[in-house]
Design a protein around this ligand. Structure first.
Ligand code: NOJ
Length: 753
């Protein structure tokens, strides 16, 4: 093929993406036509993705692009570079195939939104869709048309650092959020202007890593795999997600990247996924590290034949596939199939017609005030009010003096959370700054009190050159703690901001404990002893052990990592300009010793309520500190009139119900109506409760709404390990409606044969 005239390309570049969907069948035809002209090395190039700008690059990337030896880059985030590389690809490479630039647009690109676990706490899929659509717009403006998100790994072990990147412990909440994210990122169709193609990850079971240790093996019984861990992936596939990433770890002894059961039997044959699969970074190479593949050639062979289409970062496909094809160990058809799927994605994204971006447009997109407003709203809607004794919150805006204490109170980076590398170049406002801005006439003093530091450094420190302050000497540490306590004594009110520094959660951010890191518990208890009205603001990427705080600090507001507008949103919440309405997407244990603790567990032979079994631990309650679905408001709500349209339904039919929810307090606020179900008998034991429906509703004081729900075949079906199939079984069912997973309002119905 001859190079296309440059002028035509420049003209085409000004239109950002396909303004009309390119039908899949048409994209397929074009892909096949192109494929017929490509050489084997070029095809293998399309299967190879490289890091750019971080980590080691195997050889000259420009030359690799020119020769068609690479089809995709990750971590290129500025439009001048995407354009420069793209010009080489479409003007100089043999068949002018555009590059696909990918990046972890996890919770914002330039404008950093709350972390995914926080967004999940909003229980607001519409908000999440809107947020990811804005994130996509910013990414697309620089030429990044592929995000490695959503991360939909269910996590029931909060020691696992990456719990922050997902939607928590529940498959129904997780599936709703997975769908919303796919729709937000991709828009109405793959290739929609200002949108990106999504990549659901990490397939599958990464969240069940042994001991919560990142990358460690997962052992997941079939019942949990089908009923829990795979559900959000299936939801993403049904929502039309364009790509999927295989996970790092062994799943039941078979590494996910070489796992044919996952990548072929489940993904392609059972769910009918038609997009392409990318490995996680270096995980093709690592099939040998796991002790699974014999050598790099075997790793390439097994990843490709299991169903991986693109090798992220490791160049194992690039180095091994030519010889494997020559030796007839890998079929040309399998290579063609992988290339075809990747080309279809590039065609549907409109990259052939519009490979470049308008570099002048990116700053305009970044500076859209509507995006910042959405970030502030998202942060406010994600916060969870855990405790509020005697209406300690909201604070009186006329307070005379405030001590703002804690190592996270004046941090502009921790507030963003992980995966914020391409975030706003101007630092985010800190909570201290936001409170100063909110109370211009009050006396506000600040002390960090303690320092925060990981015992073992994060890999991101080295990759991005992140520097940490020099540790205090023991004498300095004493002085700083004393200073914080004396400020607390002198102030009329105290806001303590405690939790985890940014790099304490996320990838390689697993912890063996859920305690407040460092000396923060000491600071907390010393400040509380000062006896002033105290509010604890928690900044963290996971449930923390807040047991002492929950007994002694009147008000606790968990804002997670709330993002670039997180400080202003926190001030809005503390002073009542916004009302907390978020709910926990994950159970808060009393301590790490309770893990795993999640609401949808099965009954034991001796329920907890029996006399001698008030606790199944002899030294700790069985109940968690805060249950799944829990969160308070500045107002109060009541639930009533739980009704079902019939007392019994035949298996496979739908039952319709409704419940009234009323705002019984004096402020407007939001409640999340939650419906839980329990199947009383069947071919297998079922969890005590499972979330089946939720809806976040806004209510004015005194207002009441009737919320309707329906439970159909798929809601009442489960995968039975006895029959090894999906079943809709006749049984009596319990149903509860209310504000969290302990909701008391109860009804029953029967499913009949
Ligand atoms: C490794 C992570 O596991 C994955 O989530 C991410 O998308 C890739 N690196 C690329 O950054």
């Amino acid at each position: 093929m001859k190079p296309r005239p440059v002028a035509a390309l420049v003209f085409l570049a000004l239109v950002p993406a396909a303004a009309q969907p390119i039908p899949e069948a048409q994209a397929d035809q074009r892909a096949r036509a192109l494929l017929a002209q490509m050489t084997l090395p070029e095809k293998i190039g399309q299967l190879s993705q490289l890091f750019y700008g971080i980590g080691p690059t195997p050889s000259d990337p420009i030359e690799l692009v020119r020769s068609g030896s690479v089809g995709s880059f990750l971590f290129v985030t500025d439009p001048a570079t995407t354009n420069r590389l793209q010009h080489i690809a479409v003007e100089q490479s043999p068949h002018h195939i555009p590059l696909l630039f990918g990046f972890d647009v996890v919770h914002g690109f330039h404008t950093i939104f709350p972390v995914p676990l926080a967004l999940a706490a909003s229980w607001d899929p519409a908000l999440i869709r809107a947020v990811q659509s804005l994130a996509a717009r910013e990414a697309a403006a620089v030429g990044v048309r592929w995000t490695f998100a959503p991360m939909v790994d269910i996590a029931r072990d909060p020691r696992w650092g990456r719990i922050v990147e997902g939607a928590g412990e529940d498959p129904v909440l997780g599936s709703a959020i997975a769908r919303a994210q796919v729709q937000g990122f991709q828009g109405p169709y793959i290739g929609a202007p200002d949108h990106v193609i999504a990549c659901v990850k990490h397939f599958a079971g990464y969240g069940a890593a042994d001991g919560g240790r990142d990358y460690d093996s997962s052992y997941i019984p079939d019942t949990l795999l089908w009923n829990v861990y795979l559900r959000p992936f299936e939801a993403a596939v049904q929502a039309g997600v364009g790509t999927l990433m295989s996970a790092y770890m062994d799943l039941n002894d078979v590494p996910a990247t070489g796992n044919r059961f996952l990548l072929d039997d489940v993904l392609r044959k059972t769910w009918g996924f038609r997009g392409f699969v990318v490995s996680d970074a270096f995980s093709v190479r690592d099939l040998a590290t796991h002790g699974f593949a014999r050598d790099p050639a075997d790793a390439a062979l097994r990843a490709l034949t299991a169903g991986v289409d693109m090798d992220m970062g490791s160049m194992t496909f690039a180095r091994q596939l030519p010889a494997l094809v020559q030796q007839n160990r890998v079929s040309r058809d399998r290579i063609d199939e992988a290339v075809r799927l990747i080309l279809i994605a590039k065609i549907r994204l409109g990259l052939f017609e519009h490979p470049f971006v308008d570099e002048a447009r990116a700053p305009q997109v970044f500076n859209d005030p509507a995006t910042r407003r959405q970030a502030r709203l998202a942060a406010a809607r994600s916060a969870v009010l855990l405790r509020n004794e005697h209406s300690a919150l909201p604070l009186n805006p006329n307070l005379a003096s405030l001590a703002v204490l804690g190592p996270l109170a004046d941090s502009s980076s921790d507030i963003l959370g992980s995966w914020s590398f391409a975030g706003a170049s101007a630092p985010a406002q800190t909570i201290l700054q936001a409170l100063r801005a909110r109370l211009p006439n009050a006396r506000i003093d600040y002390a960090p009190g303690v320092q925060l530091r990981r015992r073992f450094p994060s890999m991101f420190d080295a990759l991005f050159g992140i520097k940490h302050p020099t540790p205090w000497s023991p004498a300095q540490a004493r002085t700083e703690l004393d200073r914080a306590v004396s400020l607390a004594r002198a102030a009329s009110t105290v806001v303590l901001v405690l939790g985890e520094a940014q790099e304490m959660s996320g990838e390689t951010g697993s912890r063996s404990s859920l305690d407040l890191p460092g000396d923060q518990e000491k600071l907390l208890e010393a400040v509380a002893a000062a006896g002033k009205p105290t509010v604890l603001v928690v900044l963290a990427g996971r449930p923390l052990n807040l047991s002492w705080a929950s007994a002694h600090i009147p008000a606790i507001l968990d804002v997670w990592y709330p993002g670039v507008e997180g400080a202003s949103a926190t001030a809005d919440l503390l002073f009542g300009d916004a009302v907390p309405g978020g709910k926990l997407p994950v159970t808060f244990p009393r301590s790490a010793g309770q893990i795993p603790v999640y609401y949808a567990h099965n009954l034991t032979h001796e329920p907890e309520t029996a006399l001698d079994f008030t606790s199944r631990y002899q030294d700790e309650l069985t109940s968690p500190l805060y249950p799944f679905g829990y969160g308070l408001s500045y107002t109060t709500f009541s639930f009533s009139h739980l009704r079902l349209d019939k007392p019994a339904v035949p298996a496979g039919s739908t039952i319709i119900g409704s419940v009234d929810v009323a705002n019984t307090g004096s402020r407007p606020g939001d409640e999340v109506v939650q419906i839980y179900v329990h199947q009383r008998s069947g071919s297998a034991s079922r969890p005590v409760r499972e979330l089946k429906f939720f809806e976040r509703v806004s209510l004015a004081p005194g207002e009441s709404k009737t919320v309707r729900f329906s439970l159909g075949r798929s809601d009442l079906a489960y995968w039975s390990s006895a029959t090894r199939s999906w079943v809709n079984e006749p049984s009596a069912f319990d149903l509860w409606a209310g504000a969290d997973s302990n909701a008391p309002l109860h009804a029953t119905f029967d499913v009949t044969p």
